[in-house]
Design a protein around this ligand. Structure first.
Ligand SMILES: Cc1ncc(COP(=O)(O)O)c(C=O)c1O
Length: 385
């Protein structure tokens, strides 16, 4: 089968511009140039409302990035040195970076080999270990919806309740996903998402948002977002905070992108369904929990010959990427917290491969990717027979 004449994309941050109409973006940008409120202007305030409605939460506070969102949520809970924060290790580094920036101790938790998400049995083990040692305060859990797929929230929330902890969902890859009827943002005590351009809902720079149903928490997030400012006196900073504002241009982009978001999610699901049904079982597929929908930030398989498959796909003009080749606990800056054995994370980091996943892949692209992947699998299985 010959390669389609157009490039196949791993991510596609641009096609939606022509679907929506570039003129709409230009008009919105012109509006900002005219009103002059470049940071947290009317666009971001409108977006806060629209995103809260979309997620089914009372409050949404947009901010500068997903990392800011995670950090702001933890700041609102007063996370500090001496606190243990339990976090998935098979993730992008920011999930663990946020608690470390606040001086807390990250306790890395292993993954489930099928969902790739936080293993609830290992979570309980990790909590018991920390409790037995008695040196740290059990503070929070950060489950990560890896590649867009929701974690086992019922179990994680129950464990958190049992030990008196809070749950911050790292939904940075999963905005638009659904867990048992609840949209990302509305499932845990607080949720953080990212609008980095490659995310399911992406802007044209950095952006993020914090979701909560608790008005006090929301006020704390909003204060920390602007250096801990008092709402009553803008020159009195009543707590430590940061520069975490979203700029109005990103707000305007996201308001436009929201108009096609549901269709894009449907198209991501269409692509995933073809992969689920047609890719050879030689490739392990990420299990999505029953009654849940992934936002499919990425479509990720696992296979023992990952590096060979990656080279073969690239030779054939199919972009792909190993997300993530090193669990966070094994990274240099995190060496001092690399205290637990995480065999599933270690294995996943050597076997996972993300293949093209955009809402704009058509049948011609998918026929080609699936055929090439299955040819690789057939060659491997013939050799093994
Ligand atoms: C799981 C996860 N957490 C946090 C982040 C951080 O988001 P941002 O890059 O917007 O700071 C990302 C972004 O890649 C992510 O994938």
């Amino acid at each position: 089968m010959s390669k389609p004449n157009k490039p196949i994309m791993l991510f596609d941050c641009k096609t939606s511009q022509s679907v929506i109409g570039q003129d709409k973006f230009l008009k919105a940008f012109e509006n900002i140039l005219n009103h002059g409120a470049y940071c947290q202007g009317p666009e971001t305030r409108e977006l806060d409302e629209k995103l809260a409605n979309y997620s089914g939460t009372k409050f949404c506070s947009t901010c500068g990035s997903g990392t800011d969102a995670l950090t702001l949520a933890l700041m609102a809970w007063g996370v500090k040195p001496g606190d243990a924060v339990f976090v998935s290790s098979f993730t992008f580094v920011a999930s663990a970076e946020a608690p470390v920036l606040l001086g807390a101790t990250p306790i890395f938790v292993d993954s489930d080999p099928n969902t790739f998400n936080m293993d609830v049995n290992d979570l309980r083990r990790a909590i018991e270990e920390v409790k037995k040692e008695g040196k740290l305060n059990l503070k929070a859990i950060i489950p990560v919806d890896i590649f867009g797929s929701p974690c086992e929230y019922d179990e994680i929330m129950a464990i958190a309740k049992e030990y008196g902890m809070k749950v911050l969902s790292d939904s940075c890859q999963s905005y638009g996903s659904v867990y048992k009827g609840k949209k990302a943002g509305s499932i845990a005590d607080m949720s953080a998402t990212s609008f980095y351009p490659t995310k399911p809902l992406g802007c044209y720079g950095d952006g993020g948002a914090v979701f909560t149903n608790d008005s006090e928490e929301n006020e704390l997030v909003k204060s920390c977002r602007v250096h801990g400012m008092s709402p009553a006196d803008h020159y009195d900073n009543v707590r430590l905070g940061m520069t975490g504002r979203m700029n109005s241009f990103q707000g305007a982009v996201l308001l436009q992108k929201l108009t096609v978001f549901d269709q894009e999610l449907k198209d991501r699901a269409r692509v995933a369904k073809r992969y689920d049904n047609e890719l050879d079982n030689y490739f392990g597929k990420q299990k999505i929990l029953d009654n849940c929908q992934s936002a499919y930030a990425l479509y990720t398989i696992h296979c023992e010959d990952r590096d060979e498959l990656m080279a073969y796909l690239k030779e054939n003009g199919i972009p792909c990427g190993a997300y993530y080749p090193r669990p966070v606990n094994t990274q240099t800056a995190y060496a001092e917290w690399n205290t637990r054995s995480l065999p599933v994370c270690e294995k996943l980091s050597k076997t996972v491969l993300s293949i093209p996943m955009t809402p704009y892949l058509d049948d011609e692209d998918l026929d080609y990717v699936i055929t090439k992947m299955n040819e690789f699998a057939a060659r491997k299985m013939n050799k093994a027979a």
